[in-house]
Design a protein around this ligand. Structure first.
Ligand SMILES: C=C(CC[C@@H](C)[C@H]1CC[C@H]2C3=CC[C@H]4[C@H](C)[C@@H](O)CC[C@]4(C)[C@H]3CC[C@]12C)C(C)C
Ligand SMILES: C[S@@+](CC[C@H](N)C(=O)[O-])C[C@H]1O[C@@H](n2cnc3c(N)ncnc32)[C@H](O)[C@@H]1O
Length: 387
């Protein structure tokens, strides 16, 4: 069926065609080339999207790692895990470097398929995932009793999802530290775009050796990050040092629960998979984490597994379980761009690692042997006691 175009459109087209006919051959070529370039530019924009919010499939990169080195770096990362059950990273002195590599490899994929907050949250009744995530982050500001004008530290800040919530709900200034330069750049760009620049700062550094003076911060927190430290005492000790006396430190820790049995081969296998797919040197027990805080001088104020604390909240791993089919589709997409040479070589393998670790995390959650949210609230003793 022929479709009649509106008269205004046909007359405008005829006028343009008339004008085009009047041009010299050189001018016609120039118009043709300009048209071609503009179309290519628009096509590239559509395919590539913009980097305002999250990367598109064609923007998936190796973070701070050059595209040509993604495969080599991923292979080296994979080789750093021992083959024996429960071994984790064999040479622990390489942990910090390997974690930096890990985040270069996964940061774009995380943002692409999860969002700007790299953590889990209990699903609150009648609240969507975003609201549940924000509540999990806002709890931190409340526990730290943060106030406008105060200074807080986000230890292992990722691309800054939580720091933006903590700064926005409390009015306090939040400095984030991450080992990965690509995350620093992403976090700063999100902070600026979302109007959070005046209340935030992001630095690249190692949280086991931080570039801050002692007694600097009024509160500190770590969301699913200190699990990457070669030894928990190293990072907790540094946090203790930079906190003002009387201030609080809260962590959501990745730990094994009382249900974990180190003599059960299936349990050990799940933990090994979780360690490998998440850049962890090893898995600690919740008791080891408590003790590490006390060992560096903190008073323990609260210790609670948020995965089981509320009988009405949905499990943290439900979002992963729901995403099972999406992960498979995503793998098809990443494999396609890989085959077309439109993604850095090696990104497909990284994505495969994440598809597999999603299954292990679900197993860890369903069996109850693992939690990514054991809440530990510590206080640095001292004269400036906060109530
Ligand atoms: C605290 C850490 C990270 C926790 C989570 C944010 C991430 C753990 C596993 C990740 C993912 C698994 C599957 C991916 C999927 C295959 C892909 O298509 C899209 C991204 C995933 C959903 C990805 C997202 C982030 C996680 C849920 C650790 C590292 C200490
Ligand atoms: C799972 S991400 C969590 C990010 C953030 N807390 C969130 O919830 O969105 C872990 C973070 O810890 C950081 N990290 C791991 N080891 C680190 C180290 N030695 N020094 C500084 N940051 C580190 C990583 O770079 C990453 O930003």
């Amino acid at each position: 069926m022929a479709v009649a175009l509106p008269a205004a459109v046909t007359s405008a087209y005829e006028r343009l065609a008339g004008e085009f006919d009047k041009l010299s051959t050189t001018q016609k070529y120039a118009v043709g080339i300009a048209g071609g370039v503009t179309s290519l530019y628009l096509l590239a924009k559509v395919l590539k999207g913009s980097d305002r919010d999250k990367p598109t499939t064609l923007q998936l990169s190796g973070g701070s790692i050059d595209a040509s080195k993604v495969k080599t770096e991923f292979d080296a990362y994979a080789d750093s895990y021992g083959k024996n059950a429960g071994e984790g990273i064999t040479d622990r002195s390489k942990t910090v470097h390997l974690v930096d590599v890990f985040y270069s490899l996964v940061t774009d994929i995380y943002e692409w398929g999860w969002g700007q907050s790299f953590h889990f949250s209990p699903k609150l009744p009648n609240k969507d995932l975003k609201a549940s995530e924000a509540a999990h982050e806002a709890r931190i500001a409340a526990l730290l009793r943060l106030q406008p004008g105060q200074k807080a530290l986000d230890c292992g800040c990722g691309v800054g999802g939580p720091m933006r919530t903590v700064a926005a709900v409390s009015g306090a200034h939040v400095t984030g530290i991450t080992i990965n330069q690509y995350q620093v750049d992403r976090a700063k760009s999100h902070n600026a775009r979302q109007g959070l620049a005046p209340l935030t700062d992001v630095v690249r550094g190692d949280f086991t050796n931080m570039p801050f003076k002692e007694n600097t911060f009024d509160g500190a927190y770590a969301i699913e990050a200190t699990c990457h430290a070669p030894k928990l005492e190293q990072v907790y000790g540094e946090i203790y040092r930079v906190l003002k006396p009387g201030s609080y430190f809260v962590s959501y820790e990745w730990v094994s629960t009382n249900k974990y049995d180190a003599n059960n081969a299936e349990h050990v296998k799940i933990m090994d998979e979780i360690n490998f797919g998440n850049g962890l040197p090893e898995m600690r027990t919740w008791k080891e984490a408590e003790d590490a805080g006390k060992n560096v001088g903190f008073e323990l104020v609260m210790s609670l597994d948020l995965a089981t604390a509320s009988v009405v909240a949905g499990p943290w791993y439900e979002r992963l379980r729901m995403g099972k089919y999406t992960h498979a589709i995503n793998h098809g997409i990443v494999s396609t761009v890989d085959a077309l040479g439109l993604a850095p070589k090696g990104l497909k393998e990284v994505h495969h690692m994440l598809v597999e670790v999603a299954k292990s995390l679900i197993h860890g959650g369903e069996s109850g042997i693992f939690t990514p949210m054991h809440l530990l609230l510590f206080r640095k003793p001292g004269a400036d006691k906060k109530k």
